[in-house]
Design a protein around this ligand. Structure first.
Ligand code: MLC
Ligand code: AMP
Length: 494
């Protein structure tokens, strides 16, 4: 049943968002969103699923825009504010975006691209100024609400479309499972173009009437200073962030480390997800803070699917059990359901949490479902009743710092380098990043290339987190009898 979403919690006088020390209450936020939605509509009564992109870092403006688009009947497309122009061009053209919302320098940086693509570029204040007090439409929950771009086994990211009803299901499942309340206070520093930041933290928090401190990036010292004051009772991050926190704490004087650790230890819950949390990290965090990390498993296409329990055993190296309302199955290559313990199979998911479609790509949508199950491409076993992730079925998907990257997309860009004849990209195991993007390259005759030169060349051609961290130059790439590059052989060279 749809309770509130996308309406916000009505704890009107409570603080919803804190941005650079500025507080916005639920009442103020609701009012601003309504005004924004009306301004966006102009003389129309409903945006009718028009695609509206926005290029705004974590802020009150971001939330106003996202919810304003929803209230006006549009599809909200939050974009990575660190995208390269070629990436943006792909998002905007493939989603057939009609309006782009950005502010300040971000707006200026988009003007040329939007002009070329014929997209109206507007800022938040400009839209608020257009509000003429008209009525807002009634939005059926089955309508499309959001499109998030995700990398896959093809070279260009696909738009994952979810309806209001689907997002509602993703939120309520987590709000119940992790017992969100209006007393919760959480820092939000994850990027706001992915489900972890958008649904697990921002949307669940606003749903529950909690307070969310917004950070434009992972500002480790600022965040830790606030943790030390005991302000937060919830913390959600990717494993790389816990690694970075541990390294940071090692550099501080003992007293400061103690205060920060106490801040973490007093919280009601610390969650890790978006990539595998190594057992070593789970134990280190526990020794340092006393917190038993709750690891969960999710994906852009499904929200969260599997979780260790809020109450009960949280087992290191395991992601727990299916969340309420989510059906999880493991399947072998013949699409047979595996029920035995410790037999690996692909994780497949059913439930109200599963996305609607890949935008404008019915073939990809159809291919990703078998008998109504969404095929995640992740392989797991059931071990004493808990799921344990073994890895992914495709070597071409890399997870670095919680970001899902397509090796093929990175290869496609590197191949446009004048000195590169051939390239194969894989993820190398890495203690901080989980996997580090590694490029094996064959150069053109008498060409030379250093890691530093490659990095400079990649700047502006791809988001910084996709840029290879390691470069290996080979005389030739290993191939099988069919002439196909064997990436598994490259792994042996690491
Ligand atoms: C930054 N860099 C990365 C990187 N992030 N390189 C590889 N992988 C990454 N993920 C680069 C920077 O460009 C910089 O390059 C160098 O690493 C160090 O930067 P930094 O400033 O120290 O990094 P930082 O800004 O602190 O970023 C680290 C991070 C960030 C962990 C905070 O990567 C991040 O926010 N990750 C979370 C992504 C996320 O939310 N994923 C969820 C997807 S949803 P140089 O060379 O200039 O030094 C999903 C579903 C689910 O997965 O289950 O949740
Ligand atoms: P994304 O498409 O960015 O939403 O990333 C989803 C992918 O992240 C999943 O398909 C998994 O491969 C990975 N993932 C998420 N949570 C975990 C976890 N707890 N352990 C291992 N992998 C995870």
């Amino acid at each position: 049943m749809i309770k509130l979403f996308p309406k916000l919690n009505t704890k009107n006088n409570e603080v919803a968002l804190v941005e650079n020390g500025n507080r916005t209450t639920y009442a103020e936020l609701n009012k601003k969103i309504d005004e924004f939605a009306k301004g966006l509509l102009g003389n129309r009564s409903d945006l009718q699923e028009e695609r509206v992109a926005f290029y705004i870092p974590a802020s009150c403006d971001y939330v106003t825009t996202m919810h304003g688009i929803w209230r006006a009947g549009g599809i909200a497309i939050p974009l990575n504010v660190a995208s390269a122009v070629s990436e943006l061009e792909h998002y905007l053209t493939s989603a057939k975006v009609t309006k782009m919302i950005a502010c300040g320098d971000y707006k200026a940086s988009l003007s040329e691209l939007c002009l070329t693509l014929g997209i109206e570029l507007i800022d938040v204040q400009g839209i608020l100024d257009k509000n003429e007090g008209q009525n807002l439409p009634t939005i059926d929950p089955s309508r499309r609400a959001m499109m998030l771009f995700t990398s896959g086994t093809t070279n260009k990211p696909k738009g994952v479309v979810s309806s209001h009803k689907i997002i509602n299901s993703q939120i309520t499942t987590l709000a119940d499972a992790w017992e969100w309340t209006s007393e919760d206070v959480i820092p939000l520093f994850l990027p706001l173009h992915h489900i972890h930041g958008i649904v697990n933290i921002l949307s669940c928090g606003l749903w529950a009437g909690a307070t969310i401190d917004l950070y434009k990036s992972f500002d480790i010292s600022k965040i830790c200073d606030s943790v030390a004051t005991g302000r937060y009772n919830l913390f959600m991050a990717v494993p790389t962030i816990y690694v970075k926190l541990i390294k940071y704490l090692e550099t501080l004087p003992e007293e400061k480390t103690y205060e920060i650790c106490r801040g973490f230890s007093d919280m009601r819950l610390n969650i890790s997800g978006s990539a595998a949390c190594p057992v070593k990290l789970f134990n280190q965090w526990n020794e340092l803070t006393g917190q038993v990390l709750l690891e969960r498993y999710g994906m852009t296409e499904i929200g969260m699917g599997i979780s260790n329990p809020y109450h009960g055993e949280r087992r290191a190296g395991h992601v727990g059990q299916a969340l309420p309302g989510v059906t999880v199955g493991l399947f072998n290559d013949k699409h047979e359901h595996i029920t035995e313990q410790n037999m690996p199979g692909e994780i497949r998911i059913r439930g109200a949490n599963v996305f609607l479609e890949y935008w404008d790509n019915p073939q990809a949508t159809e291919k990703s479902f078998v008998d109504g199950w969404f095929c995640t491409g992740d392989v797991a076993v059931i071990d004493k009743g808990y799921y344990r992730i073994m890895g992914r079925s495709s070597i071409d998907i890399i997870k670095s710092g919680g970001y899902k990257l397509s090796a093929l997309e990175i290869e496609g860009v590197l191949l446009t380098h004048e000195k590169i004849e051939e390239v194969a990209v894989i993820g190398a195991p890495d203690e901080t990043w989980g996997e580090a993007v590694t490029a094996f390259v064959v150069l053109r005759p008498s060409a030379s290339l250093s890691q530093e030169n490659l990095k400079t060349w990649c700047d502006g051609r791809m988001s910084a987190y996709k840029i290879p961290k390691k470069l290996r130059i080979l005389d030739s790439l290993p191939r099988n009898a069919m002439g196909k590059v064997t990436k598994s052989d490259l792994k042996k060279l690491l």
